[in-house]
Design a protein around this ligand. Sequence first.
Ligand SMILES: [Zn+2]
Length: 124
Amino acid sequence: MRSDVHEGRALLYEANSTRVLPVDDKDLMGKVYRALATLNAAASLAYRGAVPLAWILDYWHHNLREVQLGYELAVQSRESWRPMPWPDLTRLITDAQSYRCPACLSLSPQSAVETERPSMPPEP
Ligand SMILES: [Zn+2]
């Protein structure tokens, strides 16, 4: 994974604790947008059948849940954007929120129910 995409994703995870993105820093926001565009590309492939959606959700459901707030902040950060700049990613995040992971359920049934609460971000 390219390091700017990796850094952008780290900024998205950070937004869970800071509740903000570095919107005044063009460079950093460029990394955030590239990270979201990469995730959207993966989502596009999944919804067009090029890669199995179940595979994406199984591996990435935690990451996708944790980027939701950052994603929403990124969408709000540019007035010139259409309301939904990454439509497939929007759908994938929604699917990740309701995804019932067999491993999560067996490890901790309680935490699997509390999907709204972001946990510590794992390294992708
Ligand atoms: Zn899980």
